[in-house]
Design a protein around this ligand. Structure first.
Ligand code: C2E
Ligand code: MG
Ligand code: MG
Ligand code: MG
Length: 291
């Protein structure tokens, strides 16, 4: 339990901290079983090309269907998984589910891609590329259809190891994406050394765009920089039509956000796939992927 020392040096127990840390301890104890018993599931959020309105792929977002607490979002269990070392099996489970799903899409929607988030510990794991290679072989998914999303902060702690892990992944032919771009403090000189081919502009900039001309200027600069470095740009958290139009004018390649769709359960996803096909928003063919 967390204790806080007051100004007088008296140790006081804070009931709210205590509840929070007890909850975390319980969740930590339950997480292993959750991964083994398939309570850990994946929701899928579509990504759309701004050039032609094609759905080019989906991002896998982890969810925990907890038997008594309901549906838990990643902010509640990813940090616990990181602290307990369970992140390795968690990542593997999400990757496996996402790749099997991607394989199932291919006959009807050839070329539709999948993105999976990695965390800090995954970038310290020198067998990460072997895990990914094994799962690609197992599912038969083309490596170019897989994108792994990483954040600046997960790279910066131990840059040398992270760089080696990322280069081994890059050598498999998978895509690497820099998620939440703009929220970290990494020097560009470091970022430029990473073998990434996509940046995702953080939703805080996208949200600020409607009210702040400087946010728009930053987004414009990021898009131009990324294109100069031959990278694709995704805007995350797009919630309104005005933002979408501005991003299109600025040359942003891809959008993701509630305007298009919330993350979908596997059940909702199959309805969405049918619906989108009827609405005339075709899925990507291999030759229609941006850049
Ligand atoms: P992220 O990768 O940046 O994912 C985007 C988050 O923003 C998702 O939250 C998504 O549901 C939410 N989002 C999408 N569109 C909008 C929008 O228009 N407006 C707003 N306000 N939010 C939007 P979620 O699913 O709760 O995930 C949060 C973070 O947890 C993710 O951020 C990612 O860093 C992490 N995460 C999710 N799944 C995994 C996983 O399988 N492994 C690891 N290591 N991390 C994961
Ligand atoms: Mg992401
Ligand atoms: Mg993001
Ligand atoms: Mg984010």
């Amino acid at each position: 339990y967390e204790a806080k020392r007051s100004a007088l040096g008296v140790v006081r127990y804070h009931p709210t901290d205590e509840r929070g840390s007890r909850r975390r301890l319980t969740l930590a104890a339950e997480l292993r079983r959750a991964i083994d018993t398939e309570q850990l599931i994946v929701h899928y959020q579509p990504k759309m090309s701004l050039a032609n309105d094609f759905i080019i792929g989906y991002e896998a977002l982890a969810r925990w269907e907890h038997p008594t607490r309901g549906l838990l979002t990643p902010d509640e269990f990813i940090p616990i998984a990181e602290q307990t070392g369970l992140i390795t099996s968690l990542t593997q489970s999400i990757l496996r589910q996402a790749l099997y799903r991607c394989r199932d899409w291919q006959p009807q929607h050839p070329g539709v891609a999948i993105a999976v988030n990695l965390s800090t510990r995954d970038l310290r794991d020198r067998s990460m590329h072997a895990t990914v290679a094994q799962l690609l072989t197992e599912t038969g998914v083309d490596p170019t259809l897989l994108t792994l999303e990483i954040t600046e902060s997960s790279v910066m702690g131990d840059f040398t190891t992270a760089l080696a892990v990322l280069e081994a992944l890059h050598d498999l032919g998978v895509n690497l994406s820099l998620d939440d771009f703009g929220t970290g403090y990494s020097p560009l000189t470091y970022l430029q050394r990473l073998p990434v081919n996509e940046v995702k502009i953080d939703k805080s900039f996208v949200t600020a765009m409607n009210t702040s001309t400087s946010a728009t200027a930053i987004i414009r600069a990021v898009i131009d920089l990324a294109h100069t470095l031959d990278m694709t740009v995704v805007a995350e958290g797009v919630e309104d039509e005005v933002s979408r139009r501005t991003l299109t004018l600025l040359g942003c390649d891809t959008m993701q956000g509630y305007l298009l769709s919330h993350p979908l359960t596997p059940g909702e996803l199959s309805n969405w796939l049918d619906h989108e096909a009827r609405r005339g928003h075709p899925h990507a063919r291999a030759d229609h992927r941006p850049r």
